[in-house]
Write a protein of this length. Structure first.
Length: 74
């Protein structure tokens, strides 16, 4: 299921994680050649991707939400 990216944060290992509109989190690593996401390494790149959709496997699995409000991260 496609879900829009609404924000970003770093995990405990300093990897970037997208916050999806559905309330799930998804890693968005730039780790060439396996994952090529150069936009994630700059604030401007991440901001430009807000609103674009990623496939959310957690939604397909009907997993509980990782967060409930963007205020959870402020």
């Amino acid at each position: 299921m496609q879900q829009a990216m609404v924000g970003f944060h770093r995990d405990d290992e300093n990897h970037w994680v997208a916050k999806l509109a559905c309330g799930h989190n998804q890693h968005v690593r730039h780790d060439p050649p396996w994952q090529n996401r150069p936009w994630v390494i700059s604030e401007l790149g991440r901001t430009a991707m807000l609103g674009l959709a990623l496939n959310c496997v957690k939604c397909e699995e009907q997993a509980p939400r990782d967060w409930h409000s963007l205020d959870d991260f402020l």
